[in-house]
Every structure is written in C-alpha cells, then in structure tokens.
Design a protein around this ligand. Structure first.
Ligand code: ADP
Ligand code: GLC
Length: 471
C-alpha cells in the first residue's frame, strides 16, 4: 500500500508537540512493515532543512483567492528518516521559522493544502490512501471531492486522524474565496455554526476518522469544543487507535542525549546517576523525590493549576520533594513559574522554553512525571516516562486513562486522580512520596512499566485495517 501522510509537523524536521512525534514515527514503522509511506509537509526554515540534501520533485502554481502563487515540492535525498519526505515551499507563506502562531495561519495552511492536492493531481499514478492529520490538513478531503479542478481525485480514499479536537482552524465565510472553485451546493460540508470549520469538514468528508486513543473517541461525543453532535452522528466511521512511541529514539540504553545509559536491570542505579546530574544542574537535592512537568503551559494541560498545586505540595511535604518544570506557553503561567524559582530556590526550578535534549534528560532523571491534563487525546509524555522508569501521575482522561494503571490496582505502576484540582494533585504527590520511601515497590513499578510494549509495531496493523476498509 502507498500512504501519503499530510501534516503540519514531523519530527525531527519541525515539531511543536506530539503530532510531530507521531508523524515522524508512524510512516517509518509502516515502511518497516512493508508498506510505502511518505510524508508531505510545509517547508519551514528549520535547521533540518539546511542540514540535509534535497532534490526538486515538482514545481507548480495555483491560486489562493486572487493571489497567484508558485510552489515547489522538494524531496529529501537520502531517505534518512526511513520514509520519503517531501517539503512544500511557498514563498511569502510557508518560508518562516515557526510552525504556527502567525496572523495569516489560515491562508498559510489553506495554500499548503491546495499545493498538496495540486501536486497529487499531477502524479502519474494514484496512491492508495491520503492520510491527513488535524485541522491544518483537514480541508483536503473536501477539496478532493468538491473542488472542480480536483474532483477526479474524489475516489482516492482519505483518513483524518484527530490528534487534538480542541483546535479546529475556524475561519469566517469571507475566507471561502481561498478555497479553489467549489460546488456551492456543498456549503454544508464546510460549515459549522456559521463558520468554515476545517476540522468539522474533515470529519464530514474523510472516509474514516481515527482518534489517538479509544477513550478520547468516547470523550469527543461529550466534549469536543462544539463538535460533540458531529462526532455522535459520524460515530460509525470513527476508530480509536492508541499512539505508539518510537522505541529506537526513546531508548534509555542508547539515547544519545543521555550521559548515563541504563536498562531494566540497572534502572535504580542508572536513574540515580541521571538524577544527580539533573539536580546538580538545577540546584536541587538528589535525595528527595523529584517531580517534573514537561509540556505546553496551557489550560488543556491544566498547567494553570500547577503553581498553586506545587506550592501546596511543597508546604504539605515540608519541603521534602523537589519540582522541575520544562515548558512554554501562556505568559501568566510562565511568569508565575519564573517567580517561584526565586521564592522556592533549592526545591523548585523551571526552564521556560523548548529543549528536546533536556526533555530526554528529565524523563531519565525524574522520579515522577505530573500530567494533570484537562484534555489529553493520547499523551506521549507518560509513555516516554514509563520507558525511562519514571512513574506517571496523571488525571484519568483520554489516552492517560488508556495507558496508566493506578498502583492501587492489579499490577499498577502509576498514580491516577480524577479532578484537575490542587487538592487532587497535592494528594497524589503525597501518595508518590510514600511510595518513594518504599524502595522495593518503587523498583518493581519502574521495572514493570519499562517493559510495557508501546511500540508502533503493535499499532501499524490497526491503521492498515482502517485503510483496507476503504479500498
Ligand atoms: P501535546 O502534543 O499535546 O503537546 P504530547 O504528550 O502528545 O502532548 O507530546 C508532547 C511532546 O512534546 C513530547 O515529545 C514532549 O517531550 C515534547 N515537549 C513538550 N514540551 C516540551 C518542551 N518545552 N521541551 C521539549 N520537549 C517538549
Ligand atoms: C496532540 C494531543 C496529544 C497527543 C498528540 C499526538 O497534540 O494533545 O494528547 O499525544 O497530539 O497524537
């Protein structure tokens, strides 16, 4: 089978979060399983671009409303990622350093999708599946069915994976001119409550919808940022498939970002060494249990309750626990964490920013990873932390619910709580401090979770079944 993944992110080319990790790994494992998987994404000006060799695959042109644009598709020459990688360059729109966050994101991603569909329409053969990811690529199924210039691609099966239904790419109807000449009778396939809603359009038009965990699929029917009824209505074509992790990149025995490698056998010693190095760097005491948070500092991740929750936990543990944050996001939360590095020096520290290397070091050196997320479609952090023997402390939601078993349950190895509240986080920290003292139990939990199989090998066949159902 030949599968074309269309995405805004792909690790290590450009990553803002878990979407990048998934699109950087799933195609690689699909190729290993014998399929031909390719990725096409925008050509941002990232380090990866300048450090690799490229060849021109195609040059074309199209229109974004009244604006004529040329585009170039380039291909990475060496197949370094384990799959063919194509980048779409559009001057003035995609040639930026960041992935998101520009005022003209709607124009940028609409132009990207037009270029992808235009490029596909020039192929001499047809791939078997076009696999779109999140709202930035969710207009493609509509374009392939209802835009006059591309309708002949309408029989090509499409899959849309929803990594995060909170963001939907809403645009006012004034932006409908950006979409290439389309069948006006199909307005309803673009509209949701008076706006163009790319994610809703993708859910309506794609052949199959997948979500990144089973529980998230159920949750979308009751909490989907306004699209609940749509998910209820389209439930027949939705499938939940839990993400995997790339065990080649995330391996504590070989991870090039770690100074001290370890395996299941020497996890206690290995983690202790990483923890000592980490604590030295951040002025923390390596004898105390170390709690960490890595992620976007936004409401979805419940990062807003963390400053108060951590202050409460510091008070209730009488300073016998350390906390380290790595993240960036809302200014008010960033500011509060920065203040706390001063007021709670020696037991709290925070790095505001994005640092891939440090994140690996933290997963390896921490004892407990906090994830109080209000919404977590899958969550990769808890799976990385398990692979590195770090106990996840999670709210029971989405993929967190599907991957973490509370230590009070049979063969449990993590800590789960119900509410994204200060009380629940504080109570969970208390439970963690108790288990930290019980070294035998802690070692068992670490060894057990490190051996859980979250590999992509386990998952690719489920995607294959989805593709086959559309042939
Ligand atoms: P989301 O995609 O919703 O942000 P995930 O748990 O799926 O959440 O994936 C987050 C990914 O981004 C993980 O690979 C995590 O290690 C990484 N990450 C998040 N914030 C940072 C940061 N500040 N520095 C380094 N890596 C980060
Ligand atoms: C999104 C979700 C996250 C998921 C990731 C990869 O960013 O917020 O929960 O793990 O996509 O699918």
């Amino acid at each position: 089978m030949e599968i074309i993944h269309v995405s805004a992110e792909c690790y290590p080319v450009a990553k803002a979060g878990g979407l990048g990790d998934v699109v950087g790994a799933l195609p690689k494992y699909q190729c290993k399983a014998g399929d031909i998987a390719k990725v096409v994404m925008p050509m941002y000006r990232t380090k990866f671009l300048y450090e690799h060799e490229w060849e021109v695959d195609f040059k074309g042109s199209s229109n974004l409303g009244n604006r004529y644009f040329d585009y170039t598709v380039i291909k990475e020459k060496t197949n370094q990622l384990g799959f063919d990688l194509y980048l779409v360059d559009i001057n003035g729109l995609l040639d930026r350093q960041k992935i998101y966050g520009y005022d003209d994101d709607a124009e940028r991603f609409t132009a990207f999708q037009i270029a992808v569909v235009n490029w596909l329409s020039n192929w001499e053969h047809r791939p078997d599946i076009v696999h779109c990811h999140d709202h930035h690529t969710a207009l493609i199924p509509f374009m392939m069915q209802f835009c006059y210039d591309y309708q002949f691609l309408g029989s090509l099966p499409t899959v849309l994976t929803i990594h995060n239904g909170q963001y939907q790419g809403w645009m006012g109807w004034d932006k409908s001119i950006f979409i290439p000449r389309w069948d006006l009778w199909k307005r309803g396939m673009l509209d949701w409550e008076g706006n163009i809603n790319p994610l809703a359009s993708g859910v309506k038009c794609a052949g199959k919808i997948t979500t990144v965990s089973m529980s998230y699929l159920e949750e979308l029917r009751v909490n989907a940022n306004g699209l609940e009824k749509l998910f209820e209505y389209e439930r027949g074509k939705c499938v939940g498939i839990l993400n995997g992790i790339d065990n080649e990149i995330w391996d504590p025995q070989t991870d090039p970002y770690l100074e001290h490698h370890f395996s299941v056998k020497d996890v206690t010693l290995g983690k202790q060494k990483n923890k000592e190095a980490l604590c030295k760097r951040f002025g923390l005491d390596p004898q105390k249990p170390l709690f960490v948070f890595i992620g976007r500092l936004v409401g979805e991740k419940a990062a807003d309750i963390l400053p108060d929750a951590i202050r409460t936990a510091i008070h209730n543990t009488q300073g016998n626990a350390s906390f380290l944050i790595l993240g960036s996001g809302e200014t008010a939360i960033e500011w509060e964490f920065q203040q706390m590095t001063g007021t709670h020096a020696g037991i709290f520290n925070a790095v505001i920013g994005y640092d891939e290397k440090l994140s690996h070091h933290i997963y390896a050196g921490a004892d407990f990873l906090l994830m109080p997320s209000r919404v977590e479609p899958c969550g990769l952090n808890q799976m990385y932390s398990m692979r590195y023997g770090t106990v996840p402390i999670v709210r029971s939601t989405g993929g967190l619910k599907d991957t973490v078993v509370d230590m009070g349950d049979y063969q449990g190895f993590g800590i789960r709580f119900d509410q994204a509240s200060i009380t629940d986080v504080d109570y969970s920290v208390g439970r963690a401090v108790s288990v930290y003292r019980d070294k035998v139990h802690l070692e068992w939990m670490r060894k057990h979770m490190m051996q859980i199989d979250h590999s992509w090998e386990r998952t690719v066949d489920q995607y294959r079944q989805v593709y086959l159902s559309l042939q």
